[in-house]
Every structure is written in C-alpha cells, then in structure tokens.
Design a protein around this ligand. Structure first.
Ligand code: BG6
Ligand code: MG
Length: 211
C-alpha cells in the first residue's frame, strides 16, 4: 500500500532546472568547455560537486580543490541571481495543487532533492508547511543515483521504501528510486518510470497511490 510521496524539486515542482543549466553553461564557457543540452541531461539530479567534476572531465581539465571551490561558489551565485529573477509564485503546472491534494488524501509528503538551495526555494514559495519531511543536499552525502536521499526521506516519514512513490525528472533520480526499492513517476520524456507524465497537472494522488 502506498502511504508516502517523495518529491524531487528541480524540474518536478519548480522550473529551476533551466537555471542550473544556464549557470553551468556560463561556467563551462569561461573554462573553454563545451556544454550543451545533452551534457546537461546527465547532470540532472547530480550534486554540485559531482556536476563540476563531470564537466571538468568532459573538458579534459584538472584543477585544484581551491579552484573547484571558486567555480562552485561562482556557479551558485549565478544560479541564485536567476532564481531571484523568478516570480516568488512561479512553480510548475499543478505542483502546488498536487502537494495539497496528496496531504488531503492522507498521504505523507517528503522532499528528496540533491540541492543545497532547496530550503531557500521552498521558503520563497511558502511551501515548507506542505511537507512532513525535508531531505536535501545539505543532509545527504551520496549523490543520486545513490538511493540515500529517498531512503532517508522514507525513514523520516516512518515508512518502508515499498510504501513510497518517488516523483523525478532525471535519469539519476529514477535510478536512485529503483535502487531504493520505490516506484517512480517520471516527469518529462524518455524516463524508465512506472508512469510517465508531462507534469503533475496530468495526475491525481489517487491514480498514483494505485500504482
Ligand atoms: C539537483 C539538480 O536538484 O540539485 C542539479 O537537478 C543540481 O542540477 C543539484 O546540480 C545540486 O543543486 P545545488 O542547488 O545544491 O547546487
Ligand atoms: Mg530534478
């Protein structure tokens, strides 16, 4: 029986995935590394440090830890600049309604995001009270596709993994959910999910609970 939903943030609830892309692209350009949509797809759901390592590897560059820190700080400043330009009530179609309907249907709700900026984004939206538990990049140590973020979410909801469904827009996240023993709703295209939809506006919590 499904009793909990675990939501990724970027690309599932809010359209911030595009800002991560633009900020990494700006950094890659400064380092003289090609970074397009195909590369970006492989970074979705992946932590900031691991994303940087992958971009450097693609570009065949090796830099010191201090330089890595410098670029991660800059990338995050660029990302936050873009976020600040986003209206405070800007979220993906159906996201707010789906979160509220989930709780109204008696389903426990947790965040399972790789982002260290997740609390800030949820605060801007005023959505913190919509969650029973928040697990983000400040809490976990292993990057998706490691299942840590979702296993911790289930644990904090006091549920077994098989009682939870994960909502994900990334390949790394779908794999993390599978490795954690959870069902997955994929948001977007081409994901190997139990159910694939273009957005949360296409679904009701009841449909998902019957997966
Ligand atoms: C994930 C995004 O949610 O968070 C990734 O899909 C991002 O693109 C990762 O790199 C880490 O985010 P942040 O905000 O901690 O840099
Ligand atoms: Mg995502």
């Amino acid at each position: 029986m499904i009793r909990g939903f675990l939501f990724d943030l970027d690309g599932v609830l809010v359209d911030t995935a595009q800002y991560h892309f633009l900020a990494w692209q700006r950094m890659a350009a400064e380092l003289g590394i090609h970074f397009g949509e195909a590369e970006n797809e492989q970074l979705k759901g992946v932590s900031r440090a691991e994303s940087l390592n992958r971009i450097l590897a693609w570009g065949g560059k090796s830099i010191s830890d201090a330089e890595k820190q410098h670029w991660m700080t800059l990338k995050n400043e660029w990302y936050l600049e873009l976020v600040r330009g986003m209206p405070a009530d800007d979220y993906l179609p159906g996201a707010h309604e789906f979160l509220r309907a989930s709780r109204a249907a008696g389903i426990k709700v947790a965040l399972g995001s790789a982002s260290k900026n997740a609390p800030l984004i949820l605060e801007r939206l005023g959505w913190i009270p919509l969650f029973d538990a928040l697990v983000d990049g400040n809490v976990v140590t292993a990057s998706k596709p490691d299942p840590e973020v979702f296993l911790e979410g289930a644990r904090r909801l006091d549920l077994k993994p098989e009682e939870c469904v994960v909502f994900e827009d990334s390949e790394a996240g779908v794999e993390a959910a599978r490795r954690g023993g959870m069902k997955v709703v994929g948001i977007g295209q081409g994901l190997d999910a139990d159910l694939l939809v273009t957005g949360l506006d296409r679904l009701t919590p009841e449909q998902v609970a019957h997966l």
